[in-house]
Design a protein around this ligand. Structure first.
Ligand SMILES: [Zn+2]
Length: 471
């Protein structure tokens, strides 16, 4: 190569750049340097396909489109974990982030690791995550969620541990230089936004740490800005690393935030916007994970209304991300945005319901009871075999099973904020509804989005994200 004439060298380099699908932002003096790529991975926790359809009808009616519906490339994802047909969030997110299937309850470790109270008794090895690879390459990194930032999904991006419930240990993995730090994070994750101050604070400060450490002040000592309110989030210096914790535990459900019950908390879209403002300044591109984490919690509670509204909040964050990235990168030639879920739930859409249109303050929409689409009783509730109306949305299991003939319900009952939909199997107290094992939807837009199609293992998503990010 060193004997090649300059013109030939330039030509060969230019052809090389074209051959590897590089973009036209590189100028001719540096044709072989790939333009940095940005990868944003959106994860709707528990956002199965039935929940997506119900959320669409809830927000924009049957004919409308959520932003998720407009993503040009789509695939289905198999979600089973290393040991279970039905995954929990820990191994599912670990599969996306590492390319390896873990056992249920395990965070970004190989299939030999098992969820034990004492991880020193567990076998298994940590497996490198996309965020760690991005950090090692000098890219910006960010984690945004509506759950505690130490909850399973966000944890799988930056931590390795045999037991997802050891959240105070997970928090310590974020603190550069501190005991328990995950040194693969180098100088630390650039942006961490969500809930969960208790995991960062000692018991003396109303936290849950038994080691006496205050990880918030430790991170501040390492140069992090700390934000605890929406206003502090907005005001934070975009050039410094940022920790934002806006609730002692998970952030409020979006329905409650909209009802004024959490006036200082940001929406998921607010946090996503801030993370992109910060990370898009990075010269070597960035990797950002955004989780709509409480869709799952409302579904466990068979409280469809909060689940659907949190899905809409998640969709709003996707729209903000696409709009913001289009300002920097109009054709998304250097930005890949992928949206998927970690697993399904047991939500179903019942009956031959008449079209409802979207849910409004005086229309229950998909949250209402099934009504006849035709016949002499058109528009009247469809009745079960015992003569009682039933809701469009139901669940395969949960707490609200009616034994014997059901009471009549109506739209006002089934669309109330706190209503728990009826279930087939009573599996215990409210909150105990299980995940489902069905495949989930994946949508993608931007650079390399067309690599996503067909039916994919969740582990295959890792490889595609890694390739797109140039890692
Ligand atoms: Zn769950």
């Amino acid at each position: 190569m060193h004997k090649m004439a300059p013109l030939a060298l330039l030509l060969s380099a230019g052809l090389l750049a074209a051959g590897c699908n590089s973009d036209n932002n590189s100028n001719t003096s540096t044709p072989t340097v790939a333009t940095p790529k940005n990868v944003i991975f959106f994860l709707g926790d528990g956002m199965g396909i039935t929940t997506l359809t119900a959320s669409r009808i809830y927000a924009v009616g049957e004919e409308g489109n959520l932003t998720i519906d407009t993503l040009p490339e789509t695939a289905f994802i198999k979600t089973y974990s290393h040991d279970s047909q039905v995954t929990d969030s820990a191994p599912s997110m670990s599969a996306y982030m590492t390319g390896v299937k873990s056992n249920n309850g395990v965070i970004s470790m190989d299939g030999d690791a098992n969820q034990l109270a004492d991880c020193s008794k567990s076998a298994g090895k940590p497996v490198t995550t996309l965020l760690e690879l991005a950090k090692a390459k000098g890219m910006g990194t960010g984690v945004v969620t509506t759950t505690r930032v130490t909850h399973a999904t966000p944890a799988a991006t930056y931590a390795h541990i045999c037991n997802r419930d050891l959240e105070t240990d997970i928090a310590a993995q974020l603190v550069p230089g501190g005991a328990g730090f995950n040194s693969a994070l180098g100088s630390g994750v650039d942006v961490v936004l969500g809930g969960g101050t208790k995991q960062f604070l000692p018991k003396a400060n109303a936290g849950s740490r038994t080691d006496g450490r205050n990880l918030i002040t430790e991170l501040q000592a390492k140069g992090y800005t700390y934000a605890s309110t929406l206003n502090e989030l907005i005001a934070a210096d975009n050039s410094k690393p940022l920790l934002g914790l806006f609730n002692g535990s998970h952030l409020s459900y979006d329905l409650d935030r909209l009802n004024g019950k959490a006036p200082t908390e940001p929406a998921l879209a607010d946090m996503t916007a801030k993370a992109i403002d910060m990370l898009s300044q990075k010269e070597k591109g960035f990797f950002l994970m955004v989780e709509g984490g409480r869709i799952d919690h409302a579904l466990h509670d068979t409280n469809a209304k909060r689940a659907l509204q949190d899905t809409v909040a998640f969709d709003n964050a996707i729209k903000v991300a696409i709009d913001k990235m289009r300002v920097k990168d109009p054709d998304l030639k250097n930005t890949l945005i992928v949206v998927t879920a970690d697993h399904d739930h047991t939500l179903v859409l019942n009956g031959y319901a008449q079209r409802t249109g979207k849910t409004t303050s005086n229309q229950a929409g998909v949250l209402g009871v099934v009504k006849n689409y035709g016949g002499s009783n058109i528009g009247q509730p469809t009745l079960d075999a015992d003569g009682a109306p039933y809701s469009i949305i139901g669940f395969g299991n949960g707490s609200n099973r009616v034994d014997g003939p059901r009471n009549a319900i109506d739209d006002a009952i089934s669309s109330a904020d706190d209503y728990r939909q009826e279930v087939v199997f009573n599996v215990g107290a409210p909150g105990s509804e299980t995940h489902g094992g069905t495949d989930v939807f994946l949508g993608a837009i931007g650079y390399d989005a067309d690599s996503f199609h067909g039916v994919l293992e969740n582990t295959a998503v890792f490889n595609k994200l890694k390739t797109a990010a140039g890692l």
